[in-house]
Design a protein around this ligand. Structure first.
Ligand SMILES: Cc1cc2nc3c(=O)[nH]c(=O)nc-3n(C[C@H](O)[C@H](O)[C@H](O)COP(=O)(O)O)c2cc1C
Length: 756
């Protein structure tokens, strides 16, 4: 076997931190078509007995709350996948489907109900899978089910709190959410039962006309806990060799499904914990146990052994829960983030002449921010991988493949990587949705085609942020006569400021897409755009609109603090639009540690090399933000030397500095923790320690103070219009109603435009 240096992972992570100073990196991360026609992307590929029509694979995204409470896939799940099959994808994979619920208490709730789809246990769940597979097939796509032995230590800690059962793992390991909760090792008997369940689940899948099974062996879930020495430190067990559980699982599956049935395996080349946390691996209690993670060369050897047992196809990434921004790369990471990883594996398979048991080359699927057809095509042409997996890009645009094939690349709606409506929505208790596609996850209730109106109405939309644009284009596509007003010279609202940092290139791409949609709508549906136009209730009344949609946004909050006045005190949103104000500053203090505060701080350190301190009154920075996005931003702020002060209140701002009241008690949480998440507020943590107060006054040097303490909804236009009866229907959405994210604005804009 080739010897592969562990520096590979370290170097790759280092590149990920500085990628945005490399302009070439941006060239392919645009919705352009320099490499059209996409002959490689749309060429067939053979996997065991199956011939896929193209090289595009829909990545697994867990289908929580898309099944009945006993596990049968419901109409929501069927419509959601059918839409992506109809969109031209060659291979669809389900999200993780657990099989080990007898052993892993985190997979079911107190009453035995589950929010996962299931394929084990009883025939009552089968018909949903048949309907799903048959529907996907009718569009010429194949379908694999992702089987997961369970969550183990990354499962919901409520199992202990509600069921009084310890969660499980391969060895004694801390629970990820509440590290003080220990996870007990599975017994050998339980492991053997899970292996049998994997075989039975695969046989069930085959009988349900599902085309292949896909093992969920990455990101530190239970299968990886058993197959990575970081987590599996068993002694005197049949499974103390960390390869045994995985190899025996594949063997059992092969025995049950026969030689022809495709088996896919998802693996991380490395957990990349040592490369992420360096010396902290020895000092942080909940990381220390995981120091001896599987090495790259060991992963490759394990993969070769898996092929011998019957694996036909792999996809490969990096990372686990403790560095969640790797398996779930947020907007701050580069496009094509794991292409070097798939290239390394592909090269290893070629050099070692590794063939599947069917005598075929073992294709390597690349994953991670590949939603740009040029980038995907070039990756295939350059032999960096054999297939392209798209997860979030297919939430953002289910028609991605059809549009790429037809060369309608500028019509692809891009993923913005905020992960608020997909990953975070799951954490908060919902199902997968999408910030930029309001129909995603609601295909069962929102018809595919907009309904044309019989009696067009005259509609005014005020404010051209994402909510206003969605309302205007949806209503005009339905046949209404729509005028969209914008006070500024540009479309986009806050997206304009939000796309200034280089790391927010995806928001920039989305803005370009929205502008394209507006242009198209004005040409094809008569949408009228009035830029640089400030409306009043009187001017709107004169227009005699039948309906008015108000989404003119919100105002930044100015804290009531002595000295919070220009010129050296500026709002973050204004600073993004006036980078020339940054030039002379050396020491910057950002007031407010929410997303905007942390993003402006990152931009100032990464692109301008400033010394930045960020002040937050609450115990945690970016509370409520997706753990992956939050984790990466904090990690990189720390790496760049930004200082984060939590439990810190500004008392006054003056020339040259900011005076604060800071809680310096040892009970204040370490603001740089990224290896443990913040729990959603409705999950009680009885082990949480209370924070005591020990307040001191301090002064921080600052020649520029940036305010990022939030936005305030502006209800004045709505209330004046309502009072003066300006139109028959008046609806306030987006930040005019409630301060929200792109997700809420887009959903509201679409819903209103679709209902007028
Ligand atoms: C909402 C959501 C749910 C996910 N669920 C799973 C899952 O069930 N199994 C899995 O292996 N990966 C899961 N992933 C990871 C994705 O399959 C994929 O690896 C990741 O999103 C990076 O690919 P992308 O940039 O194409 O989105 C999930 C990702 C998202 C956004």
């Amino acid at each position: 076997m080739t010897s592969i240096s562990e520096d590979f992972v370290k170097n790759l992570l280092e590149h990920m931190e500085d990628w945005f100073s490399d302009d070439e990196q941006f060239q392919l991360a645009r919705l352009e078509k320099r490499f059209y026609p996409y002959t490689h992307l749309f060429s067939p590929v053979q996997v065991n007995r199956l011939r896929m029509k193209n090289r595009i694979v829909m990545g697994p995204m867990v289908n929580i709350n898309m099944a009945e409470e006993y596990g049968r896939p419901n109409d929501k799940m069927i419509q959601y996948f059918s839409e992506r099959a109809r969109g031209g994808v060659g291979l669809i994979t389900s999200g993780l489907v657990p099989i080990g619920q007898a052993a892993d208490p985190t997979l079911t709730e107190k009453e035995g109900q589950t929010n996962f789809p299931l394929i084990t246990g009883s025939r009552t769940v089968f018909s949903g899978w048949r309907d799903l597979a048959e529907s996907i097939h009718s569009y010429g796509a194949h379908f694999f089910i992702q089987l997961s032995p369970g969550m183990g230590r990354v499962g919901d800690p409520e199992s202990l709190l509600n069921k009084h059962k310890l969660p499980v793992s391969a060895s004694w390991n801390p629970n990820f959410y509440i590290p003080a909760i220990p996870c007990r090792p599975l017994t050998d008997g339980e492991c053997r039962r899970i292996i049998k369940q994997a075989g039975q689940a695969s046989a069930n899948a085959k009988a349900m006309t599902i085309d292949g099974v896909y093992l969920h062996g990455h990101e530190g879930y239970l299968l990886e806990q058993m197959t990575n020495p970081a987590f599996n430190r068993r002694v005197l067990s049949h499974f103390s060799n960390w390869q045994t559980f995985g190899l025996e699982t594949v063997r059992e599956i092969r025995e049950r499904v026969g030689p022809d049935y495709p088996v896919m395996y998802r693996i991380d080349l490395s957990l990349a914990l040592n490369a992420t946390y360096g010396e902290r691996m020895a000092t942080i209690g909940s990381l220390r146990k995981f120091r001896h993670e599987r090495q790259v060369a060991e992963t490759l050897e394990y993969m070769a052994n898996l092929v011998k047992e019957g694996v036909d196809l792999f996809d490969v990434d990096l990372g686990c829960y403790e560095n969640w921004w790797l398996p779930h790369p947020p907007n701050s990471l580069p496009s094509g983030v794991f292409l070097p990883v798939s290239r390394l594996v592909k090269k290893f398979f070629a050099e070692n002449k590794i063939l599947s048991n069917a005598g075929l080359p073992v294709p390597v699927v690349a994953v991670g921010k590949l939603g740009y057809p040029d980038l995907a095509e070039k990756a295939l042409r350059d032999e960096m991988c054999d297939m392209i997996m798209l997860a979030r890009p297919l939430l953002a645009d289910p028609q991605w493949a059809n549009k790429a094939y037809a060369g309608r690349v500028d019509e692809i709606c891009p993923c913005i990587g905020d992960q608020e409506a997909c990953l975070n929505e799951l954490v908060e208790g919902g199902h997968v949705k999408c910030s930029v596609d309001p129909r995603t996850g609601l295909e069962d209730v929102i018809p595919r085609e907009l309904v044309r109106v019989e009696t067009p109405r005259k509609i005014g939309v005020v404010g051209a942020g994402p909510g206003g644009i969605l309302a205007a284009i949806t209503a005009s596509q339905r046949g209404h006569r729509v005028t969209l007003y914008e006070a500024h010279e540009r479309l986009g609202g806050w997206l304009v400021a939000g796309s200034v940092p280089k790391t927010k290139y995806e928001v920039g791409n989305y803005l370009t897409y929205l502008k394209g949609q507006v242009d198209r709508c004005s040409k094809e549906h008569g949408l009228t755009i009035k830029l640089n136009t400030t409306v009043t209730p009187e001017s709107l009344k004169n227009e005699k609109f039948d309906a008015l949609v108000l989404c003119s946004g919100a105002k930044p909050v100015r804290p009531e603090v002595e000295g919070a006045e220009p010129p050296h005190v500026v709002q973050a949103v204004n600073l993004f639009l006036h980078p020339e104000w940054v030039k002379d500053a050396r020491d910057v203090v950002v007031v407010g540690g929410g997303t905007v505060g942390c993003e402006v701080a990152h931009w100032l350190t990464a692109e301008y090399g400033k010394q930045v301190s960020v002040l937050e009154m609450l115990p945690h920075f970016m509370k409520g933000v997706c753990t992956a996005n939050r984790g990466h931003l904090i990690h990189d702020l720390e790496r760049r030397g930004a200082k984060l002060f939590n439990c810190t209140r500004v008392t006054s701002i003056h020339t040259g500095g900011v005076t604060v009241a800071r809680n310096i008690s040892s009970t204040v949480p370490d603001p740089y923790i990224t290896w443990a998440p913040l729990l959603p507020e409705n999950i009680p943590n009885p082990l949480a320690k209370p924070i005591r107060e020990e307040i001191v006054e301090e002064t921080l040097k600052a020649d520029l103070v940036v305010l990022a303490v939030g936005l305030q909804a502006d209800h004045s236009l709505f209330e004046a219009c309502q009072l003066q009866n300006v139109a028959g229907d008046i609806i306030a959405i987006g930040d005019n109603f409630h301060i929200g994210r792109v997700f809420e604005a887009v959903e509201a804009g679409f819903n209103v435009g679709n209902s007028l």
